[in-house]
Design a protein around this ligand. Structure first.
Ligand SMILES: [Zn+2]
Ligand SMILES: [Zn+2]
Length: 261
């Protein structure tokens, strides 16, 4: 099996205008065997005044099956579930309801705030914000079982500012240890590459996670437009090799497959 991008948004997500078909054409041209989109499910979202941010999954299924007919590639069905405690059961219900190939678990919001909004940062340092973000990540992983990979562990730092991850070694170790114990994968998210600070954080994350015995890594560009598809994968692969890792994983039908890099 060959590597493919495991975190992609199409125009079915509220924050993308890219038709799924454009990605599929590119993936075919790249010689990929598989293609997946992982559309947003952020229920009772702060940024939508408590309304659900939820892609039309039935429409996603229809487009996936049309593209499977039309192109020589296997198009898969994915979802990115934004977790918070108050919507835990509804998240579980959505994941159960559809035949997803892969489920990404994410933190985008606390119960009070969108972590990307300036109000989350107000009166606090990036380190304060990151401690809260990692606490929520651990809580999500402890409580939610029905996922395959945990996304963008440094997401909040895109918005509150960079920090040296070694200051958060203990909390990061807690999150990685829990993921490893549950047999779940860690996503390396390249959305803001080639930003040197994002690359520096990735190198720290890869080095700490692998030093703890972590072996399950997914690669996701978090592309919302085709120009970002597989963005920066070469940099992650180089860092993985430095740490003695020669494979990553992908999910098809919720089943893990190893891919050599
Ligand atoms: Zn996300
Ligand atoms: Zn995403």
């Amino acid at each position: 099996m060959k590597l493919f991008d495991c975190h992609v948004h199409s125009s079915l997500s509220f924050d993308s205008n890219e038709p799924m078909e454009n990605y599929v054409r590119k993936a075919v041209a790249d010689g990929d065997e598989y293609f997946i989109t992982t559309e947003h499910a952020d229920l009772e979202s702060y940024i939508f005044q408590g309304e659900d941010i939820l892609a039309d999954i039935e429409k996603q299924q229809r487009i996936v099956s049309q593209l499977n007919e039309k192109y020589p590639i296997k198009v898969l069905l994915g979802i990115e579930v934004g977790w918070k405690k108050s919507i835990h059961q509804r998240n579980m219900d959505i994941v159960k309801k559809y035949p997803f190939d892969m489920v990404i678990l994410s933190i985008h919001e606390t119960e009070q705030y969108d972590v990307a909004a300036p109000r989350f940062r107000e009166g606090r340092t990036a380190d304060d914000c990151y401690r809260e973000y990692l606490d929520m990540g651990l809580e999500a992983i402890e409580n939610f079982d029905d996922f395959d990979t945990f996304a963008h562990i440094d997401y909040v730092l895109r918005y509150v500012g960079h920090t040296d991850l070694s200051k958060h070694k203990e909390q990061l170790t807690g999150v990685f240890t829990k993921l490893i114990a549950k047999g779940k994968a860690l996503e390396i998210n390249t959305k803001t590459f080639p930003d040197p600070q994002a690359v520096e954080r990735m190198e720290y994350i890869v080095s700490l996670y692998t030093s703890l015995g972590g072996k399950k890594i997914t690669l996701g560009s978090d592309a919302h437009q085709i120009s970002r598809h597989k963005n920066g994968f070469d940099k992650v692969i180089a860092a993985l090799k430095v740490n003695g890792v020669d494979s990553v994983c992908v999910f098809v039908g919720r089943k893990e497959h190893t891919v050599c890099i």
